[in-house]
Design a protein around this ligand. Structure first.
Ligand SMILES: NC(=O)C1=CN([C@@H]2O[C@H](COP(=O)(O)OP(=O)(O)OC[C@H]3O[C@@H](n4cnc5c(N)ncnc54)[C@H](O)[C@@H]3O)[C@@H](O)[C@H]2O)C=CC1
Ligand SMILES: Cc1ncc(C(=O)O)c(C(=O)O)c1O
Length: 311
């Protein structure tokens, strides 16, 4: 196989599928998108078109020959495919069922990747016929904008498959991060450690949502987008880290359950953007405006970060 598979299939086109497809099409792949829901397929066609305009704004490299098609027929989506990305909801039994369907329709040497947010790859591969070709490929949301992908082999994954996936990710210009298998993988372990502390600080009334967002965006996010956490430790000094962690680590939130403030919000129908109310309230048209601002901000930040020396 040349580095980027000529024909690829995305199974599941909700939040993540369309942006994944747009990224691969931009790099020159012929991408087939399959979803069981007609409504999801219709939404995916417009999300794909929007993601493609965002990639234009990014001026990201474009290889001719890319194309996309949306289908309700999984056999058609997988016919001749060399690379499959599963992006159905985060439920292990559903994913196992879909993997069995995929395996029944592709040759044994076709790589099957999963975009799971953190379900262990080995557990998902349990009932697969050829688990050696199965590998974790965790994109971050929005997938057409965040140029980093976690590559996670399971216990049965063939080393050649892992190596090929690393090359595929590089071929469409993203940064692959090779990891050992662990629940949540690296990105979500770090993100959920931050989010657990953030929610605890809100719940205890230590800071407002606005104050928290300002503190994390400017005090932590801005800095960490230029220098990674290990380099930050070098910059601060191990003596400082030891002094602060010595009294602070035992104070940090260590709860193992979903916080009550979040379960209360879910019970009240406050899910965030999708219900026009969550941590903040949104008036008519405000969610769309926020989404546009987020895309514009990520485009501008990515251009800037791509143009500076990596530290
Ligand atoms: N939403 C996010 O921020 C991120 C999600 N992920 C992971 O990506 C995967 C997909 O997540 P989302 O796109 O957010 O989910 P989603 O719920 O938005 O979309 C999933 C799509 O799969 C379709 N689907 C359900 N059963 C199917 C089947 N049997 N065959 C084909 N299609 C089927 C649904 O109709 C839906 O359109 C999950 O594993 C999730 O954990 C990973 C990174 C970020
Ligand atoms: C809150 C949250 N949870 C999970 C994920 C994921 O990676 O699966 C994301 C994301 O942005 O990708 C996220 O924001």
């Amino acid at each position: 196989m040349s580095t980027l598979p000529a024909i690829a299939t995305v199974i599941g086109s909700g939040t993540m599928g369309p942006g994944i497809a747009a990224t691969l099409v931009r790099a020159g792949a012929q991408v087939r998108v399959y979803d069981i829901s007609a409504e999801a397929r219709a939404r995916a066609e417009s999300s794909f078109a929007f993601a493609s305009t965002v990639l234009d704004q990014l001026d990201s490299a474009k290889t001719e020959g890319g194309s996309v098609s949306f289908t309700s027929d999984i056999a058609e989506a997988l016919s001749g495919s060399l690379f499959v990305i599963e992006a159905v909801p985060e439920q292990i039994e559903l994913k196992k069922k879909v993997l069995a369907q995929i395996e029944g329709l592709v040759a044994d040497d076709v790589i099957i990747a999963t975009n799971t947010s953190g379900i262990p790859i080995t557990a998902m591969a349990e009932s697969m016929t050829v688990p050696a070709r199965f590998v974790g490929m965790h994109w971050s949301n929005p997938p057409h904008l965040i140029p980093m992908i976690e590559v996670i082999p399971g216990e049965s994954t063939d080393q050649a498959v892992t190596d090929q996936l690393v090359e595929i990710v590089k071929a469409f210009g993203y940064h692959p991060v090779l990891e050992k298998e662990i629940a949540g993988f690296v990105e979500n372990r770090v993100l959920y450690a931050i989010l657990r502390e953030c929610v605890a600080l809100l719940e205890e009334g230590i800071v407002t949502a606005e104050g928290l967002d300002t503190c994390v965006k400017w005090g932590i996010g801005y800095k960490l987008s230029v220098i990674g956490p290990t380099r930050l430790l070098d910059m601060a000094g191990m003596d400082i880290y030891a002094a602060v962690s010595g009294y602070l680590n035992k104070e940090l939130d260590a709860s193992t359950e979903t916080p009550k403030v979040i379960t209360d919000m879910i019970a009240a129908g406050k899910l965030g953007f999708k219900s026009e109310g969550g941590m903040y309230e949104y008036g008519p048209g405000e969610v769309d405006a926020k989404r546009r601002d987020i895309v514009a901000g990520l485009v501008a930040a990515r251009k800037t970060l791509s143009s500076i020396a990596s530290v």
